[in-house]
Design a protein around this ligand. Structure first.
Ligand code: NAD
Length: 432
């Protein structure tokens, strides 16, 4: 059943769909894009053309001739039935509504060739339930792109539903690689998958600390940005992506998973007031200078913040993902580096802080607030018992050798006499 993927149907041509169609056509596949009205499809084609023109202008990422060649590979259709009849892969990107997605999958299943793989780009709905609308649940898989799908961020999560065949997941993984993207494999269909679970853990714990006046918004943002090196503050990022997006994804995953149920009245209040972040001039911060103004976060504001307390819930979530076999150590760290632009993986932060310190911080949060998210994962407590405390003990999630000195991973030195290589390794920044 390993027919080569040649033709791909992308269902929905909105924010994600048109970008997925673009990267897919750029990689040489035939694409058919489906939506409910021709004007929506025309608008999507215009957006793709604009984006390709930009790539051609910007120092020749692609040539001018390639723009028309790529556009020539994208067809449009108003019918799922018609569009899927000779495809090898479908990627669905219609709005986040389970009934709508099931309807599309049922129609695609009835009309696509039996070898075709049916994938969904959902951020928060169960792959297994979407697959249940088909007679081929073993050929249904999650392919979760991040916004925007073209260029950055490079990460794509490939998610197995309860019945997804390993070979199908592997083919989806290889397809993502062929787009020049960086896939990680999510072995179980858990709410929020890997990256959003870690992000929701980080965001909701930070929100709780602000609500309880432990730290202010700007103190936390300053600390994670200037001391931990994240590209944006926790609240600044939510303003950037949209308070509504964060609220709705957080809500959708919390409904399905008690571990993610840490209430954040602060974000709910903003959402209800329509203070949706940069796009509406106000969110956690005010943007008087227009939507492109950056939040004002002074460097010194975060000096007193205990970074371990801020990161511990996200680390606890990562430990849970690892212990449950949902993703590998490398994929969890790759997920936050490639998906969120973190300079280090969440497990690398854990090793740096010290696993004992992480467990202490979690116990402190758990005894005070009593949410499941803060209960130290058995993997972490076991590591402490075994003396695997991270960098300081030479062994944690990673090995650091007898000296406890970490290799500086952004600069890798490789010697094969008479040759030597100095490799500048910053994939999360596309090696800039
Ligand atoms: P969107 O609203 O921008 O686009 C959805 C498109 O689907 C619209 O053009 C709409 O007309 C079309 N559509 C609606 N019903 C349809 C039907 N029956 N047949 C064909 N097309 C139909 O939504 P989006 O932001 O692109 O999100 C799409 C999916 O991607 C969702 O599942 C979302 O969770 C997921 N996702 C979104 C983001 C993001 O940041 N926007 C990131 C990752 C994943």
């Amino acid at each position: 059943m390993s027919t080569k993927i040649r033709k791909v149907a992308v269902i929905g041509s909105g924010t994600m769909g048109h970008g997925i169609a673009e990267v897919t056509a750029l990689a040489g596949y035939e694409v058919v894009m489906v939506d409910v009205a021709q004007d929506l499809l025309n608008k999507a084609l215009e957006r793709i053309k604009w984006s390709l023109d930009k790539l051609a202008e910007r120092g020749g990422t692609i040539s001018k001739e390639k723009v028309s060649e790529v556009m020539g590979r994208i067809k449009t259709s108003l019918s799922v039935t018609e569009a899927v009849k000779d495809i090898d892969l479908m990627i669905e990107a219609v709005p986040e509504n389970i009934d709508l997605k099931k309807k599309i999958f049922s129609e695609a299943d009835a009309n696509a060739p039996s070898h075709a793989i049916l994938a969904t780009n959902t951020s928060s709905l169960p792959i297994t339930e979407i697959a249940s609308a088909t007679k081929r649940p073993e050929r249904v898989v999650g392919i979760h792109f991040f916004n925007p799908p073209v260029l950055m961020p490079p990460l794509v999560e490939v998610i197995k539903g309860a019945q997804t065949n390993d070979e199908v997941a592997k083919r989806a993984y290889d397809f993502v690689k062929s787009l020049g993207k960086e896939p990680i494999m999510v072995n179980k269909d858990v709410p929020g998958f890997v990256v959003n679970r870690i992000l929701v853990a980080l965001n909701s714990a930070a929100c709780l600390l602000v609500t309880n006046n432990v730290y202010s918004i700007v103190e936390i943002d300053s600390a994670v940005k200037y001391r931990a090196g994240l590209p944006m503050g926790i609240f600044e990022l939510q303003d950037f992506t949209g308070v509504d997006v964060g609220y709705l994804v957080g809500f959708a995953v919390a409904v399905r998973d008690p571990m993610l149920r840490v209430p954040c009245p602060l974000i709910e209040e903003l959402y209800k007031k329509g203070w949706l972040g940069q796009k509406s001039g106000r969110g956690f911060y005010e943007y008087k200078g227009g939507p492109y103004e950056r939040a004002n976060i002074p460097r010194e504001a975060g000096e007193k913040v205990d970074l371990v307390l801020i990161f511990a819930p996200a680390i606890n979530m990562a430990a849970w993902l690892l212990r449950e076999g949902i993703a590998s150590r490398e994929d969890i760290d790759k997920g936050v580096k490639m998906g969120l632009g973190w300079p280090k993986g969440v497990l690398e932060y854990a090793d740096e802080f010290g696993i004992d310190k992480v467990v202490e911080a979690l116990n402190q949060l758990y005894s005070k607030y009593n949410y499941d998210l803060f209960k130290p994962d058995p993997l972490l407590t076991q590591m402490v018992q075994e003396g695997r405390l991270g960098q300081k003990s030479g062994k944690g999630f990673y090995d650091y050798g007898a000296t406890g000195v970490t290799e500086f991973k952004e600069i890798i030195l490789k010697r094969e006499p008479p040759l030597a290589w100095i490799i500048l390794n910053r994939p999360h920044r596309l090696n800039t």
